[in-house]
Design a protein around this ligand. Sequence first.
Ligand code: Q46
Ligand code: ZN
Ligand code: ZN
Length: 311
Amino acid sequence: MRCRFCNSKAVIKIRAYNTAFCSDHFLSFVERRAKETIRTFALLKEGESVLVAVSGGKDSLSLWHILKNLGYKSDGLYIHLGIDRYSDISLEKAVNFAKKIGGKLFVVRLKEIFEKGIRELSHTMRRKSCSACGTIKRYIMNRVALEEKYDSLATGHNLDDEASSLLGNLLYWKEPYLWKKNIALEAEKDRLSRKIKPFFLLSEREIAAYALLNGIDYVQDECPYSVGAKTLLYKEILNRIENESPGTKLNFVKGYLKRVEKETEDCKEKPSNYCRLCNYPSVGEKCAFCSLLQKINPDGVFKYEKLDFSL
Ligand code: Q46
Ligand code: ZN
Ligand code: ZN
């Protein structure tokens, strides 16, 4: 197996593109793909600032790494979910990475706001851990990005994440969610930060190899609450299909991107109102985050720490 560009020994074969690369050419392939995605979908303009939601995992740290390399003013946001060892190790990886690339890292700790971790919070919300976690994380990411005045908020969702969530939404015909997975979600002044997913068209395997070849030290363990999650089952099934028919995942997700613009025009659903406590979008008169805070820790306030390792 030889590199498509320099004919030296290849370290990775990408069946979806029927090609192989040496280490250097693979790294530039990934960076080029991310750059093309940013340009094609107008995710970021030159000089814009971006807050990257980092979990300490390979996707988000690689994304921060690439955005820095591409010259964007990018900083990180880490949310400590209070999952004992897992959260502590992930935070350590995020902090070490921020030091290495010389960026700012905002750290939000659920226990400092609620005095409880995600497990207990999900019980109070009577929701599964991941569903409660998603709601709380979305709120925090939006609020920090707005308060710190970043042009966009970026997450490390990759092709496998998007394909599996698309499959899940289709299997159960979850139409209200189906068309909300776009690669960019537009901002609403002072209420909603613009959200972008520059890794939308890069696979988990490609990003894992990118992180490894770049020496990015990321948390290897999965979140303990992800065990048994349906998304993992969907990923496994999609990988089996991909194995038989390389390129299927990419086609699936690209087909979605072609349709999503038209569909969202037809069914634009704005939140009916804004939370009377924090002023951010909400379905009811109080948002889920503020309701939870009032219920669990009425004296608690939204706060975060800012670690600045800029060079
Ligand atoms: S962190 Fe949170 Fe994930 Fe853990 S509790 Fe579930 S949603 S699995 S990305
Ligand atoms: Zn090469
Ligand atoms: Zn609120």
